[in-house]
Design a protein around this ligand. Structure first.
Ligand code: CAA
Length: 259
């Protein structure tokens, strides 16, 4: 499928790589781009050859947020009836395979929210995160007031959303938003390396790990642990569990068949 606002490719036949591609607008996220992004992610999710995805932007901007030019004239009726954000951004929540955000440059507003909708964030040392919507007379609208405090705690989430200041990669890693920081020129190597590693594990275990960790944000501890325990037990019914443990016991590399 041909896309206008994103570029799509595969790496090693296993990793789906999606690059946001509205350079003149610093990858500002309009409805058309988000429709394309959802379609591309769903296609990779449905492709049996693909085990993991990497979402990235340009060196200067992962994404400079939702498209302010497009939003400027929206009325309440437009956004409410059109189900703005929910209609297409939320597609990302339905993706079952892991999605790594490889973030360089600016990631304010919807850019930060999009990165947080991915499963983890690897940041280049020039990355900048924030929720500056307050400067536009609005609040974060793609999950920022919910996912940011879960990632960095209330104090820093309030600070960022109420002052509109940006935080650099070091602060973002210290606060727990970002899992790793790498030099800008190593960003894609690092993200693709992690993605290829994930692809080689049992896909059943990978899907279960993602589903179970996401459950931690939706349930109380006892329910979440029970959910984990049931998935953990279920994995003993897979050939990959037998393979992984036999390989360990016999000091060889496991060859998972995703069954
Ligand atoms: N929407 C539309 N266009 C944008 C944009 C955005 N979010 N961010 C940048 N652009 C455009 C600029 O208008 C500019 O276009 P022109 O060349 O035609 O003037 C071009 O991208 C380059 O931007 P700048 O000249 O501003 O670049 P800079 O390097 O000086 O600054 C920046 C970079 C600090 C990221 C700055 O562009 C900026 O502050 N952007 C807006 C960030 C923002 O407020 N994001 C939140 C949006 S609201 C939101 O996301 C709601 C939600 O929760 C869903």
């Amino acid at each position: 499928m041909a896309y206008e606002f994103i570029q799509v490719r595969t790496e090693g036949g296993k990793v789906g790589v999606i690059t946001l591609n509205r350079p003149k607008q610093l990858n500002a996220l309009n409805n058309e781009l988000m429709d394309e992004l959802g379609a591309a992610m769903k296609a990779f999710d449905a492709d049996a050859a693909i085990g993991c995805m990497v979402l990235t932007g340009s060196e200067k901007a992962f994404a400079a947020g939702a498209d302010i030019g497009a939003m400027a004239s929206y009325t309440f009726a437009d956004v409410y009836k059109g189900d703005y954000i929910t209609r297409n951004w939320e597609t990302i929540r339905t993706i079952r395979k892991p999605v790594i955000a490889a973030v360089s440059g600016f990631a304010p507003g919807g850019g930060c929210e999009l990165a947080m909708m991915c499963d983890f964030i690897i940041a280049a040392d020039n990355a900048k995160f924030g929720q500056p919507e307050i400067k536009l007379g609005i609040i974060p609208g793609a999950g920022g007031t919910q996912r940011l405090p879960r990632a960095v705690g209330k104090a820093k989430a309030m600070d960022l959303a109420l002052t509109g200041r940006m935080m650099d990669a070091t602060e973002a890693e210290r606060a727990g938003l970002v899992s790793r920081i790498v030099p800008l020129d190593k960003l894609m190597d690092e993200a693709l390396g992690a993605a290829l590693m994930i692809c080689d594990y049992s896909q059943l275990a990978v899907l279960a790990a993602k589903e179970s960790i996401n459950r931690a944000f939706e349930s109380g501890l006892a329910d979440g642990v029970m959910f984990e325990r049931r998935l953990f037990h279920a994995l003993f019914a897979t050939a990959d569990q037998k393979e992984g443990m036999d390989a360990f016991v016999n000091k060889r590399k496991a060859q998972f068949k995703h069954q």
